[in-house]
Design a protein around this ligand. Structure first.
Ligand code: BGC
Ligand code: NOJ
Length: 811
C-alpha cells in the first residue's frame, strides 16, 4: 500500500495522508543549523550539536510517538486546527505534505481556509524559516487567528530531560516587538540565545508553557487556543515556549502569508549585553530583516534549490527504470549528505544525545558524499584522523562541537583504523589531491604530537599487522564492523555495555571480516607508498597483504563460505560446525570484494551459500540460523530476539557488499536483484509492511525469523546510504573514480540495453553513454572519448573543464 508518490520533476516525495505508517520525516539544513521535521510538523531544531545546542525540546518515548514540533494553530470562530493534522487531529478536507531537498511544505484545508506551512533552513543561515500561507477558499470574509508554537529546550538536551531540580528554575525570555527571545543561562556562561520572530504585529503572545496549555491539557487542547486568546505570559523558570498570536482577516479568495524565523545567535563575550540584563539583539535583528517579506522567502528557497541542483548534477543517470533513476539522481545522494552531516546523532531513532561522530561511520559516510563537496570531505578526514591514537588505534567516536575523542567509549574496535585508509583513498581518487597526505595531523587531538596524514594511514595499516592472533588473522578487540559481536566481553550483568565493559586482554579472538577489509584496502596503502617513492615500504606492505590473503584462505574458509571469526577460546564463529549462527554476511562480502578466493572458485561458493542460506524476499539477513538464546562468549548479537538487528535482521548496510561482491565475479543480474530488493523506491508499494519512509534507506529490516518480518527500523542515519550509493553507481553502473581517471566497468543485468551517466569528475563533465547490444553483464569492448578510441577502460583526466562525450560498448 502507498501513502504518497514520487514527484521526480520537483524532486519531492508527496504524502497524501498524515497517517503514515510511521512519522515520515525530512531534514532541514546543510551545514551548521539543522532541523528534523515530520509530515505532521513534528520534530526539533539544533545548532551544530544535537546534544549540546538543542533549540527546541522533543520528548522521547512519547505518546503518541510524534508529538511536539513547530505547530501553527488556526483559530476560526471557535474551531481550531493545524495544517499538519497533529497535534489537534481535527479532520482535514485536504492534506498534502511535500518533502523536498532541504525543505518541507505541509498543506491542510478546513472550513474554507487553506494553510500551507513551508519550512527550510536557508543557505548559510543559522535558523529555520517557517512561512505560513493562508488562503480563504470560502465565499465569506474570514476573521481568524494564527497561533505559532515552539517549546524551547534548555540547550543541553540530556540535562534538559534529567535535571529538573535545577532546570525548572532557570528559564528566561525577553519579548520585544514581535520577537520572543529565549535566553536561559545567558546570564552566566552561555553567550548564545534563540529567537522566534514573526513579521507581523502581534495580538498577543505566550512564553510560558503552562499558561499556554493549562496544566492538565496536551498540545491537542491548549487553553489559549480553545479560548482564542493569548495570555501574554512571561516565562520564569518552568518550560519556556514561543507562541505568537496574529489576527488575520481574509476576503473570499484572498491569500496572505506570515514569515516566522526560529534562529540561533552567538555573541562575542564583550558584546553580550545591550544594557544590564538585556541581551544584545543586533545579530538577531539582522537575521530577521533578511526575511521581512514573502519575496525574501521565495529568493532563499530558490537559492536552496539551485544549491541542490548543482550538487545532484555531479552524478546523474538516465535509464529505463524510473525507480532506479530517482534513487540514483535524487534520494540516495540526498541521504548521503544527511548522514555525512549528522553521522548517527539525531533522527527519529537516534536521540541526538548519545552517539557523537563515529570513526568508522564517518569514514564510510564520506564514500557516498565525497563527489558532492570534496572540500568538506577533506576537512572531515582531518578531523577524524586527529582523534587517532599514536599506536594507530582510534577512539570509536568523537563530539562534533569539541572534535575530541569520547572517553566513555574509548577505542579497541579493531576495524576502525582501516576505515581511515578507505575514506582517504576515496577522497584522493575523487579529487587527485595527493597533497592531503602531507597535512600535519595531531594524534589524540594533541597538536604537539602531529604527523603527516600519510603517517596516520601507515599506523592504521600496522595497527592490524601488529595485532594478529593465533591464525595470523586480525584480533577483533571489542568488536569490528559488527558492533554486537563482542567476543571478549563476557557480560553477565544487566546494564553493562557489551562493548565497553569487561574486555579480556586475551589475544585469541580473531576477525575474518577485518582480514577481508585489510586485503581490500591494503592495495590503496601500497599504491600511496609507491607514489611517494617508498618502494621498500610498499613491498613490505605487499608482503603483509599477501600473508593475510593466505591466512584467510587457510584459516578463514569453511568449505562452502568464509568463516566469521574465532572466539576467545579459539572456536569458530560462522561455521557449519556451529549450532546457530553458521554463516555471516560480512566476510562473504568483504573477502570477495578484496578478491580473496576468486581465482580459486571459492568466491562463487561463498556467494551461492549466501544466496541459499541468507537471502529472503526482503533482502539478505546478517547471519543464520539466528541465536535463540544469550551466549556470553558472543555478546550483544545474541541479546536480540531472532530476526532483529544483528541477530539475523536484514542489515541494509552490508547487503551492498554482496552486490559489490557479485559484481566482482560478474553476476550483474544478481547484483541488481539484490539492489532492488532493499532500495526504498522499490518498496513504496509495501509501505504498510515496510513502514519507514519509501525515499530513504533504513538500517535494518526485520528478517525471516522475526515476528514482524519485512518491517524496517532506524531510517536515515546509517552507512546503508553510502554503501548502496557506491554499489549502484560504481559496481553496477560501473563508473569508478581511480587514482588517475575514471574507470568504466559496469556489471548490469543482461536485459539492459543502454543507459547514460553524466559524471562531473575533477572539474570536467563526462557524458557516458553505455550500450549493451549483445546483452552481457560485464566486459567493456570499446571506449571512445570525443571520438578517440581508448586503449583501456580508464577515462584520463582531461582537466579542461569542458564536456566530454564518452561512448562505451559492452560485449
Ligand atoms: C546496535 C548497533 C550499533 C551499536 C552502537 C548496538 O546496540 O545494535 O547497531 O552500532 O549499538 O553503539
Ligand atoms: C551501526 C553502527 O553505526 C555501525 O558502525 C555498525 O557497523 C553497525 N551498527 C553494525 O553493528
Amino acid at each position: 500500500m502507498k501513502y504518497g508518490f514520487f514527484d521526480d520533476a520537483n524532486q519531492e516525495y508527496v504524502i497524501h495522508t498524515p497517517q503514515t505508517p510511521y512519522p515520515w520525516i525530512n531534514y532541514l539544513g546543510n551545514e551548521r543549523f539543522f532541523g528534523l521535521i515530520s509530515n505532521t510538523g513534528g520534530g526539533y531544531a539544533f545548532y551544530r550539536d544535537a546534544r549540546l545546542r538543542r533549540l527546541t525540546r522533543y520528548r522521547y518515548n512519547n505518546i503518541p510517538v510524534d508529538n511536539g514540533g513547530r505547530y501553527f494553530y488556526i483559530y476560526d470562530d471557535g474551531d481550531y486546527w493545524t495544517p499538519g493534522w497533529m497535534p489537534v487531529k481535527r479532520e482535514l478536507e485536504q492534506y498534502e505534505c511535500r518533502h523536498g531537498l532541504g525543505y518541507t511544505s505541509i498543506m491542510g484545508e478546513r472550513r474554507g481556509i487553506r494553510a500551507t506551512q513551508l519550512a527550510f533552513v536557508p543557505l548559510s543561515f543559522d535558523g529555520e524559516v517557517h512561512q505560513v500561507k493562508l488562503q480563504n477558499t470560502s465565499l465569506q470574509t474570514k476573521k481568524i487567528k494564527l497561533f505559532s508554537f515552539v517549546e524551547f529546550c534548555l540547550w543541553n538536551a540530556y540535562d534538559d530531560m534529567t535535571n529538573f531540580q535545577r532546570n525548572l528554575n532557570t528559564g528566561e525570555v525577553e519579548i520585544q516587538d514581535s520577537v520572543i527571545y529565549h535566553k536561559t543561562e545567558y546570564r552566566e556562561r552561555r553567550n548564545h540565545y534563540a529567537f522566534f520572530s514573526a513579521n507581523r504585529p502581534l495580538a498577543g503572545y505566550d512564553t510560558d508553557c503552562e499558561a499556554f496549555l493549562g496544566l492538565y491539557n496536551g498540545l491537542d487542547q491548549p487553553q489559549t487556543i480553545t479560548a482564542g486568546q493569548a495570555s501574554n505570559s512571561i516565562a520564569s523558570g518552568w518550560s519556556p515556549i514561543g507562541s505568537h498570536c496574529i489576527e488575520i482577516t481574509l476576503e473570499p479568495g484572498e491569500e496572505t502569508s506570515c514569515n516566522f524565523v526560529l534562529g540561533y545567535v552567538e555573541n562575542p563575550e564583550e558584546e553580550k549585553w545591550e544594557s544590564p540584563g538585556i541581551i544584545n539583539k543586533k545579530r538577531a535583528h539582522a537575521m530577521i530583516a533578511q526575511f521581512a517579506d514573502e519575496t525574501d522567502v521565495e529568493r532563499a528557497l530558490s537559492e536552496l534549490r539551485s544549491y541542490w541542483n548543482d550538487l545532484l548534477s555531479k552524478y546523474t543517470l538516465q535509464s529505463h527504470d524510473d525507480k532506479l533513476n530517482r534513487m540514483v539522481n535524487i534520494w540516495n545522494p540526498y541521504q548521503c549528505m544527511v548522514t555525512f552531516n549528522l553521522s548517527r546523532s539525531a533522527s527519529y531513532f537516534e536521540s541526538g544525545i548519545g552517539r557523537g561522530m563515529g570513526f568508522r561511520d564517518s569514514n564510510q559516510d564520506l564514500l557516498g558524499f565525497v563527489h558532492q563537496i570534496p572540500e568538506r570531505a577533506r576537512e572531515r578526514i582531518i578531523d577524524i584522523a586527529s582523534t587517532q591514537f599514536e599506536n594507530g588505534g582510534a577512539y570509536h567516536q568523537y563530539q562534533p562541537l569539541t572534535k575530541k575523542g569520547n572517553h566513555e567509549v574509548g577505542g579497541g574496535f579493531n576495524d576502525d583504523p582501516l576505515w581511515l585508509i578507505v575514506g582517504t583513498s576515496a577522497y584522493i581518487k575523487e579529487t587527485g589531491d595527493f597533497g592531503i597526505l602531507d597535512e600535519q595531523v595531531p594524534f589524540d587531538g594533541n597538536v604537539d604530537r602531529a604527523a603527516s596524514l600519510f603517517e596516520h594511514l601507515k599506523r592504521s595499516f600496522y595497527h592490524v599487522v601488529d595485532n594478529l592472533g593465533p591464525h595470523g588473522l586480525p584480533l577483533i578487540g571489542r568488536a569490528d564492523w559488527n558492533d554486537c559481536l563482542n567476543l571478549n566481553c563476557f557480560s553477565a550483568t544487566p546494564d553493562e555495555s557489551y562493548q565497553t565493559t569487561q574486555n579480556l586482554e586475551g589475544r585469541i579472538a580473531e576477525s575474518v571480516f577485518i582480514a577481508g577489509l585489510f586485503v581490500y584496502t591494503g592495495p590503496d596503502f601500497i599504491e600511496l607508498c609507491k607514489r611517494r617513492g617508498l618502494n621498500e615500504e610498499a613491498a613490505t606492505a605487499q608482503a603483509h597483504v599477501d600473508r593475510m590473503r593466505t591466512a584467510t584462505l587457510e584459516h578463514g574458509f569453511d568449505g562452502e563460505w568464509f568463516l566469521r571469526a574465532y572466539d576467545h577460546y579459539g572456536n569458530k564463529i560462522g561455521s557449519k560446525d556451529c549450532e546457530e549462527g553458521q554463516i555471516f554476511i560480512e566476510p562473504q562480502g568483504f573477502c570477495v570484494m578484496a578478491g580473496i578466493g576468486v581465482k580459486e572458485g571459492l568466491a562463487h561458493k561463498a556467494l551461492d551459500s549466501t544466496r541459499d542460506r541468507l537471502e529472503t524476499p526482503y533482502g539478505i539477513v546478517l547471519q543464520h540460523p539466528p541465536y535463540s538464546r544469550y551466549y556470553m562468549n558472543l555478546g550483544e548479537i545474541s541479546s536480540y530476539p531472532p530476526g532483529y538487528k544483528e541477530n539475523a535482521g536484514i542489515f541494509c548496510h552490508n547487503n551492498p557488499w554482496i552486490m559489490m561482491a557479485e559484481a566482482v565475479i560478474g553476476r550483474g543480474d544478481r547484483a541488481f536483484e539484490l539492489y532492488s530488493k532493499i532500495a526504498p523506491a522499490y518498496l513504496e508499494d509495501i509501505s504498510d509492511i515496510h513502514r519507514t519512509e519509501p525515499y530513504v534507506y533504513a538500517q535494518m529490516i526485520a528478517g525471516k525469523d522475526a515476528v514482524r518480518e519485512g518491517e524496517a527500523k532506524n531510517s536515515w542515519l546509517t552507512g546503508t546510504a553510502a554503501w548502496n550509493f557506491i554499489a549502484i553507481t560504481q559496481s553496477i553502473l560501473g563508473i569508478q573514480p581511480e587514482w588517475d581517471g575514471l574507470r568504466i566497468d559496469p556489471c548490469i543485468p543482461k536485459s539492459w540495453g543502454e543507459f547514460t551517466v553524466t559524471r562531473v569528475f575533477r572539474g570536467d563533465t563526462y557524458v557516458i553513454h553505455i550500450t549493451n547490444p549483445q546483452h552481457v553483464s560485464k566486459g567493456v569492448a570499446t571506449v571512445t572519448v570525443d571520438g578517440t578510441v581508448l586503449t583501456n577502460n580508464i577515462l584520463p583526466v582531461a582537466g579542461d573543464g569542458t564536456i566530454h562525450q564518452v561512448k562505451v560498448l559492452l560485449g
